[in-house]
Design a binder for this molecule. Structure first.
Ligand code: PHE
Length: 339
C-alpha cells in the first residue's frame, strides 16, 4: 500500500509538471483527487489495511494528498500570473492617465461671484436669512399690509403653518436690522419664490441680490452712485441703464432700474433688473418696536435698499435671450461658460 501511494504521488507530480492550461489542470485534478480518482480509490482501500499499519498508511495518504494539492495550487497560480502578464503586455502602466473632462461654473454662479466681488470692495458685507420665512419678516415689517396683492395666495407659496417661501430677499433687511445696529452695509444673495407664470423673463424660483445701507445722512445720491458704479464695474462703461419712478411699500421714494439687453440675433430691449429706494421710515419704526430700542430712530437714520434679479443680471452679462436656459441644464448651453 505504501509503495502504491508513492507511485500515485510520482505519477501525479509528473502529470502536473506537464500542465499547460486550465483545462488540463482540471483533468489532472479529477484523475487523482476526483470521486473516481486514483488517490480516492487508494483511500477506499484503507479498510483492508491491517490495524497495526493503519496509522502509517493513513499518515502517508495525507502526505500524498497534500503534496498533490499544493502542486496543483502552485500550478494554478502560475497559470493565472502568466495570463495576467499576457493581458498587460500591450499596456504601459507607467503612462499618465487621460485627463477627465473639466467642468465649469454655472453662469449664475459666475455672475454672483462677480457681483459679490464688486460690492464687497465697496464695503458691503455678506448676510443671509432663511428661504422659509415668516409673514412678518417678508411683509409686515416691510410695511406691506395684509391686503397687499403680493401677499395673495395666488402670488405666494404658503405652508400650512403660516410660513411661506420668501417672495424676495428683502426679508434679510429686517433680519439684519434686528441683529445689528447702524451703520449697516450688507448684501444678501439668495433664492426667492413666486407663483409667476414662467416665460422668457420669469421663473417661479429665481435669485436676487439684496442690498441695504443704513447710517446717518445716507441719501438718494448715494443709492444712485452705488448702483451706477456697480453696473459699470460688472457690465462695462458703455452699459445703458435708467431709473424709473416706481412704488414699493418699504421704500420711499422708489425706483425700478432697467438695463438694455443685447442678445445675439434679437432686437435690443430694456429689461427690468432691480428695485430700489430709500428705506421707508415706517420700516425703521417697526424694526425699532421689535428691537425695543432707538437704534433705528427714523428721525436719526436714513438708508437705501436695492434688490436685483441675479438671473436677469446673467442674461445681460452673457446676452442670454431666455431665462429658462439657466435651469434646463442643456450641456450645449452650459459648455459655453467653461472657463
Ligand atoms: N423686493 C423688491 C422686489 O422683489 C425689490 C426691492 C428691494 C425694492 C429693495 C426696493 C428695495 O421686487
Amino acid at each position: 500500500m505504501l509503495a502504491q501511494l508513492d507511485t500515485i504521488q510520482t505519477e501525479a507530480l509528473a502529470a502536473i509538471a506537464g500542465i499547460t492550461d486550465e483545462a488540463s489542470l482540471e483533468e489532472v485534478r479529477i484523475a487523482f483527487l476526483g470521486k473516481k480518482g486514483s488517490l480516492t480509490a487508494a483511500a477506499a482501500g484503507m479498510r483492508d489495511v491491517p490495524a497495526d499499519q493503519k496509522k502509517d498508511v493513513g499518515q502517508k495518504l495525507n502526505e500524498v494528498r497534500e503534496a498533490i494539492t499544493s502542486a496543483l495550487e502552485t500550478t494554478s497560480a502560475d497559470l493565472t500570473a502568466k495570463k495576467d502578464a499576457a493581458a498587460f503586455a500591450s499596456i504601459d502602466p507607467t503612462l499618465p492617465s487621460r485627463p477627465l473632462p473639466k467642468g465649469g461654473l454655472h453662469p449664475l454662479s459666475l455672475v454672483l461671484d462677480e457681483a459679490v466681488k464688486v460690492l464687497r470692495r465697496m464695503g458691503f458685507a455678506l448676510a443671509e436669512g432663511p428661504e422659509i420665512e415668516t409673514e412678518w419678516h417678508c411683509f409686515d415689517a416691510l410695511n406691506t399690509p395684509a391686503d397687499h396683492p403680493a401677499r395673495n395666495e395666488s402670488d405666494t407659496f404658503y405652508f400650512e403653518n403660516g410660513k411661506l417661501l420668501r417672495t424676495h430677499t428683502s426679508s434679510v433687511q429686517i433680519r439684519t436690522m434686528e441683529k445689528e445696529v447702524p451703520p449697516v452695509r450688507i448684501i444678501a444673495p439668495g433664492s426667492a419664490f413666486r407663483r409667476d407664470e414662467i416665460d422668457a423673463t420669469h421663473l417661479s424660483a429665481f435669485h436676487q441680490l439684496e442690498g441695504l445701507y443704513v447710517d446717518q445722512r445716507v441719501t438718494l445720491a448715494d443709492l444712485k452712485g452705488t448702483l451706477e458704479y456697480f453696473f459699470r464695474e460688472i457690465f462695462g462703461s458703455k452699459t445703458e441703464f435708467r431709473f424709473r419712478p416706481h412704488f414699493f411699500p418699504f421704500t420711499e421714494p422708489s425706483f425700478e432700474v432697467d438695463i438694455k439687453l443685447h442678445a445675439a440675433g434679437r432686437p435690443s430691449k430694456w429689461i427690468e433688473i432691480a428695485g430700489c429706494g430709500m428705506v421707508d421710515p415706517a420700516v425703521f419704526s417697526e424694526v425699532g418696536r421689535k428691537r425695543g430700542d432707538a437704534a433705528y430712530d427714523p428721525d436719526k437714520v436714513t438708508g437705501f435698499a436695492f434688490g436685483m434679479g441675479l438671473d436677469r443680471l446673467a442674461m445681460i452679462m452673457y446676452g442670454i435671450p431666455d431665462l429658462r436656459l439657466l435651469i434646463e441644464n442643456d450641456v450645449r448651453f452650459l459648455q459655453q461658460f467653461r472657463g
